[in-house]
Design a protein around this ligand. Sequence first.
Ligand code: SAH
Length: 364
Amino acid sequence: MAEPNPLAALIKAEIEATGPITVSHYMHLCLNHPTHGYYAAGAPIGAAGDFTTAPEVSQLFGELIGAWLIAAWEQLGRPAPFALTELGPGRGTLMKDVLRVARSVPAFFEAAQVIMVETSAPLREQQCATLSASGKPVTHAASLDAVPPLPSLIVANEFLDALPADQWVRTDKGWHKRKIGLDADGALTFGLDPTPHPQPPKALNAPAPPGSVVEHSPAQDAVLTSLCDHLNSQGGAALMIDYGALEPGTGDTLQAVRKHEKTGPLTAPGSTDLTTHVDFHYLGQLASKAGLQTVQTATQGGFLVKLGLLERAGQLGAHASEAERDAISIAVERLASDAAMGQLFKVMAISPAPLAFAGFESEL
Ligand code: SAH
């Protein structure tokens, strides 16, 4: 039978030619393939698309992140000029809300050079359209290496979870890379590489029984390393927000989402969002090893409430209609309650300078 999904056909042909592929290579093809990849095609983000991110839930999110960035800039000694950089900006909504808040602090607004690190051509276009009235020119970069040598404030929301990750599975022989091959009917299927390894690439702090799955993303390692190099040489801070864990752990978190519903990761390559949860404990350790003096973590709910989510929602609601007030309450619930994004999403701030940023427990 002819394969109706062009990317599935390409992936199957590759497996037939060279054998089963790793989960990270599969994710890379599904998300970033230049013609059939999910992000290359524009990634439908928002209520009418496949998934809704925090900035798309409410302007409150971007406004609070904007206030955080301004406070961090003050703590860093008001560098001017500086790069206000976003990694994986999606539709550009977060930066739009940040810049609206930033206008009220003219020295910050004027000193900021807006850089968007984005690989997807259609999303670059959307970001330019979203920011056309922001009063700031936007420069796009393909990677962090192309960000100018300036002190930087870097923000990334739901970016790390979109970077390809590998899965390692424990058997009684050792650790095996999970692979994707073809079953007897020629359909994509999960399997294990036969070669056992004594350890997965990420150290575990407790023994893992057979069946355990450990995820490790070489692409996240590379981004974090270049983030740390950039911050160490230029100064600044980075704020990362994502699905994930603050404690080390094991488990299969590879997830495909389409039209706000979970689906099988192998069902429709290139047409669904594919992610894995981010291990902030491990990334925090990498940042500390790279010499960064500040590594702070929090849940998204705790972070936003400390930054004044409830007060800001109250201000917005004061001049709003009843229907608008209801919408604001629903947005606050979604962003911060334990049942919604509040616990599932985590926040990490890093800086080479010894600072206590707003929104975290260790705040001074
Ligand atoms: N931050 C946005 C969008 C999250 S979706 C929001 O919160 O709404 C993930 C984003 O990362 C998309 O913009 C996608 O195109 C981008 N992206 C994925 N892989 C990337 C890579 N390797 N380099 C740069 N951007 C990438």
